[in-house]
Design a protein around this ligand. Structure first.
Ligand code: URA
Length: 423
């Protein structure tokens, strides 16, 4: 095989053979195809796309570049959830213990924040003592004893994706539906859960800005999951405004704990329960109502055990910011716009996210808001609160928020759940 032939074929619109795909993924992972040739192939895929058959083989080759975990020894059903990423999206935090409290184990290998979207591990690391690294034996033991683990993925999980994703990031080839779908699904399928529920975001704060491309991404991922023998369902959900009332790290943990305590913002509660119902149904437990486990404190018990098992202190006070800055509501009326991307960029500039992979994040940085779209506000009331360790970051965060808030504008907020795909 020769990389040039594979590049020519895709560039000219031909379909790649199974053998070509398997060879090129393997050769790139082991270093015999260099970055410059893979970059050219990725760009050809970006413009030419892939057929469903090509994509299934491409994804399988990515899974087979590492280990596919076997969780059958747990002796109970397993389900996982993946969100394509959004602002204020802390749903994994209450969801994993909630589903575990209903008898389905949740093996959740998560990532760190990229750009303006927060990372689950960054959020949990604001809990004093909590560790993201869990070794194989401890991982299985925690899944058996507690029922839920949220931790960092090891290097054996789809290593082809690690290289491909880093290359896509610097070659302008991230925003391609087949490349996004294969990247996400190779990791999720390799995790070994029986069932997978995808939360595909749509709107300014999401990867996919419009509902049609979000639906296409959802359908593509559901097809890949089913082809690999994993029961897969997707919800397409709103990310035109941020979720809940907080975006950042510690502020999102605090909000997740409120949800587990039986209160919390209604959109976070609604989406957590909707995803929990899908996970339970896909794992064969549709008769269980997760609202009961939220109400009677069982989900909170699992949360506390899950945090403690990874060295965290669920009772420790969360980090507080050195500086706060209040932004008032600009007018009286209905809040019709609270732009997700702007809030995400503001939180990022306040220190909640990183500019480069190796940068640290601030646990205390973030943005909170007192009203969300559809609610009444009064001119001058405190609307947004910016949190940071370093006051010099505030002016740039305020710049990001210019035009982000609208009262009685003709914006039409999306429904929280637009569509269910698969199942
Ligand atoms: N998340 C991933 O893991 N991969 C992508 O390509 C995009 C988002």
């Amino acid at each position: 095989m020769d990389a040039i032939d594979v590049i020519h074929a895709k560039r000219d619109g031909a379909q790649l053979s199974d053998a070509q795909i398997r060879w090129v993924i393997d050769a790139y992972t082991n270093g015999s195809v260099p970055d410059e040739q893979m970059s050219a192939l990725l760009m050809a895929v970006f413009f030419r796309g892939m057929t469903a058959g090509e994509l299934a083989v491409w994804t399988r080759a990515m899974i087979e570049s590492g280990e596919r975990k076997d969780l059958s020894s747990l002796g109970r059903p397993t389900a996982d959830k993946h969100s394509t990423g959004g602002v204020g999206d802390k749903i994994t935090l209450p969801l994993a213990p909630l589903v575990a409290a209903c008898g389905v184990a949740v093996p959740q290998l998560s990532g760190r924040g990229q750009g303006h979207t927060g990372g689950t591990l960054d959020k949990l690391e604001s809990i004093p003592g909590w560790r993201a690294d869990v070794h194989e034996a401890a991982y299985l033991a925690q899944l058996r004893d507690v029922g839920a683990v949220i931790c960092a993925a090891g290097n054996d999980l789809a290593p082809a994706d690690k290289k491909l994703y880093a290359l896509r990031d610097v070659t302008g080839t991230v925003e391609s539906i087949p490349l996004i779908a294969s990247s996400i699904m190779s990791k999720k399928i390799a995790e070994g859960a029986d069932a997978l529920v995808l939360d595909v975001k749509t709107g300014s704060g999401a990867f996919m800005k419009d509902p049609d491309s979000s639906r296409e991404l959802a359908r593509t991922m559901v097809r890949l999951g089913e082809a690999a023998g994993v029961r897969t369902v997707a919800l397409v959900t709103a990310m035109d405004r941020p979720l809940g009332r907080a975006a950042g790290n510690a502020v999102e943990v605090a909000e997740a704990v409120e949800v587990l305590a039986g209160s919390g913002p209604s959109d976070v509660v609604e989406l957590t329960l909707a995803l929990a119902r899908e996970m339970l149904a896909a794992a064969g437990r549709s008769e269980v109502d997760p609202a009961d486990a939220l109400r009677d404190g069982r989900a909170m018990d699992v949360w506390r055990r899950m945090i403690t098992a990874q060295g965290g202190d669920p009772d420790a006070p969360l980090p507080q910011p050195a500086e706060k800055h209040v932004v008032p509501a600009p007018a009286t009326g209905t809040l019709t716009r609270l732009d997700a991307l702007a809030v995400g960029v503001a939180a990022w500039r306040l220190g909640a996210g990183r500019a480069r992979k190796e940068d640290p994040v601030s646990a205390a940085a973030g943005v909170t808001w007192t009203a969300t779209v559809g609610e009444q506000v009064t001119a001058g009331q405190p609307l947004l609160e910016l949190h940071t360790d370093d006051a010099v970051r505030i002016p740039r965060a305020l710049e990001a928020l210019e035009g982000a808030v609208g009262v009685d504008t003709d914006d039409r907020p999306l429904p929280l759940i637009l569509e269910r795909i698969g199942g």
